[in-house]
Structure formats: C-alpha cells, structure tokens
Design a protein around this ligand. Structure first.
Ligand SMILES: *[C@@H]1O[C@H](CO)[C@@H](O)[C@H](O)[C@H]1NC(C)=O
Length: 374
C-alpha cells in the first residue's frame, strides 16, 4: 500500500535536509588528486588505533576526517543500523553515540533501520515503555533527530506487530516511520545542476518475515503476530508483484531494496533460501544496485557475481558476536565483520560510498561503487 501522506512529507523533508547537508560542506572544492583518491575501487581503511588516550583520540579524529574528505562531494548521506533495541545495554548506546558522530560529520538526511527494532519480542503495544528506553532515549545525538525509516524483523513479529506501524507511535516520537512496504524517492541533484534535474534514488522497503517457512512451521515455539496480513500465499505474491511493478517503472539512478532478512550472508543465519528463490530473481531482472538488510548481527558487503547486485548487511546495532562462517560459500564476499557497528552511505548520481563503522569509532571498511552513465 502506498502511503501518500508519507510520501509528501518525505519529499519535502528530502529537499530541506539536502540543503542542510550542503551548508555543512567546506566551501572550497576538492582538488583533482583528492578526487582520484576517492576513485579507488575498494579500500580497507587502516584502523590506525594502536594505543589508548591521546593516540586513540588523534587516530579517531584522523579517520573521521579522512572519511569526511572523501564523502563531502555527495548530495545524499544516510546511515543504516539494524538489530538494536535493547534499552541501551550491550553496546547499543555506544553504537548510537558513534552514529551521532558520523551522522553529524556527513550531514545525514535520514537513518534506515533494517528491523529487529525491539528485543526480544518487539513492542507489547503502542504504549510500551521500550519505545522510549530503546529508541527515543538512546538515539539522542542532534544528527539522529531526523527521519528513521524502519522495516520489521522477525523479533518485531513476536510482539504486537501493528503497534510499530500505528500513527499513535509517531506522536510519541515523530522520527519513527515503519510500514510493511513503502517506497521513497530522494533527489541526487546538487545546487550546481540545472533546473529540471531528475536524478534520484528509489528506496523500496519490504517485509521479509512472512517469507521464511520456519516461522510458519507447526514446530515453531515462538508466537508470531500475523494480524493484518492476507493469507500467506497471497501476501507473498502481492508483495513480489508490487515490488516488481514498481521496479519496472522506476527511472532512478540507483535502486535500493531494504528488508530485514539476508539474501547472501556469511553470518550465523547465513543465506535465506526463500529470498534467494523468490526475491533475488526480481532484483536481478531489474538491476537493483543494493539489497540492504540486517538479521545477521554483522557488517558485510557481498557482490552477486552474475548480476552485480550488492548485498549490504548492517545488523550490528547491539546484537553481535554470533560468529562468521568461514567455511561457507565465499563467492563475492568483499567484507565480513563479526561485531557491533553500522553503515554509512553517501550517494551521487553516478557513484556511491559505503563505509562500516564499529562501536569504538573506527572506520573499518569503505567501498566505492561506480555507475555507468546511461
Ligand atoms: C562492547 O564493545 C566492546 C568493544 O568492541 C567489546 O569488547 C565488548 O565485548 C562489547 N560488549 C558487548 C556486551 O557486546
């Protein structure tokens, strides 16, 4: 279902926050050598952190500064975090604070939450105090006072699933936007581009939990709140059809699909066979650039070898340390980190920078993707 009210508000928000991001950029432009440096296909940023105290602080500032130099050319910046709501414990607050730092530096326009928003069993209802203690009171940095676009994870389905999508919850904290499926468009035009510039990115948010057979199995011990869904078969068919139709008509420079479950992953849960079978062919057919997910409590970048779909896992908002499967299929694996952290993405019409950040403030990975002009 298309949320037209959302869409309007989001469009307005997109243009106003882009101008905020612009004001934050340095006034002098990058010189060519710096630009070339940005052009490396993939680079591991040396963690630099070798000591404590002053050494640590300097290293931290340097790594942030390097990141900033690389990313300030881009018209759109956002963060991606998943698997987080634990009342601030288990490093949730530590990661939140780093998100604030990186968010400020980049001038982000929004945050994407890849689901498993509230542990262990979602929200109990629209008045659940955990919405305050795991969200409002944790992500307090000024840069995080922006829209949060969330999808639902399997743990969210173990509580009152409808509460996270209830308009009342937005009265409690108006940053929060969560629907089963929705579509957003953000402009990638900068000030210097001509009037009528139509370059943009399309984001398609989807609900992957109903796809997983195991959650419907008779042997399943958890209770899932399937209220509000059509029959399972109809729900899955409608969702795939609707995604397919929207992708088909999309004229975006970049197409990004966001869901909770993995398609390809080296983490504890690994690949999700139901999505490999049903969703991946649609992403390939329409040349989706990024599939962004959580579920595995890791930070990963994997490239599909035959289609060029990039799988970005950001599920380290608090849960972590489940291990990485080193013996698994490693085809296309560019990076896999078993630990807490989040992703930052900076986008221009023809290029994109992805970076992963841990809870200590280290930039542990950056990748630069190019898109040929059409
Ligand atoms: C919190 O992060 C630190 C640093 O990465 C790590 O050593 C510690 O085990 C983490 N604690 C939890 C509960 O995950």
């Amino acid at each position: 279902m298309e949320q037209s009210w959302n869409y309007e508000k989001i469009q307005n928000h997109a243009s106003s926050s882009t101008s905020i991001a612009r004001q934050r950029r340095p006034t002098s432009g990058p010189d060519r050598s710096e630009w070339k440096d940005v052009g490396k296909v993939r680079e591991m940023v040396n963690p630099l952190v070798v000591g404590f105290g002053l050494g640590f602080a300097i290293a931290w500032l340097l790594s942030l500064q390097r990141l900033q130099q690389r990313q300030f050319h881009f018209p759109l910046h956002f963060l991606v975090v998943g698997d987080w709501g634990r009342n601030g414990f288990y490093n949730q607050s530590v990661v939140a604070s780093q998100m604030g730092q990186v968010g400020t530096m980049l001038g982000i326009s929004f945050v994407i939450s890849t689901g498993d928003n509230f542990y262990n069993t979602g929200l109990a209802g629209v008045d659940d105090i955990q919405f305050t203690t795991s969200f409002t009171n944790i992500y307090t940095s000024p840069s995080l006072q922006t829209r949060w676009y969330a999808v639902l994870g399997n743990h969210d389905y173990m509580g009152d699933v409808l509460s996270q999508m209830d308009p009342y919850i937005q009265l409690r904290d108006d940053r929060w936007i969560c629907q089963r499926e929705y579509h957003l468009q953000y402009s990638l035009c900068t000030d210097s581009m001509k009037e009528g510039c139509k370059m943009h990115v399309d984001f398609f948010f989807i609900d992957t939990t109903p796809f997983v057979d195991d959650y419907w199995a008779a042997s399943q011990t958890h209770t899932f709140d399937w209220r509000g869904l059509a029959s399972r078969e109809e729900q899955l068919r409608n969702q795939l059809q609707s995604l397919n139709d929207k992708l088909e008509t999309s004229t975006a420079n970049w197409k990004v699909v966001v869901g909770h479950h993995t398609i390809r992953s080296m983490g504890y849960h690994g690949d999700t066979p139901e999505l490999v079978k049903n969703l991946l062919p649609i992403l390939k057919k329409h040349r989706v650039d990024l599939y962004v997910n959580g579920h595995d409590h890791t930070l990963q970048h994997i490239k599909d070898q035959d289609s060029g779909v990039h799988f970005v896992t950001s599920g380290g908002g608090s849960k972590a340390w489940d291990g990485v499967r080193s013996s698994e299929n490693t085809e296309g694996v560019l990076f896999a980190y078993d630990g807490q952290g989040f992703a930052a993405i900076s986008m221009g019409p023809h290029e994109l920078l992805l970076s992963f950040h841990d809870g200590l403030g280290n930039t542990i990975y950056t990748a630069h993707l190019h898109k040929s002009r059409h």
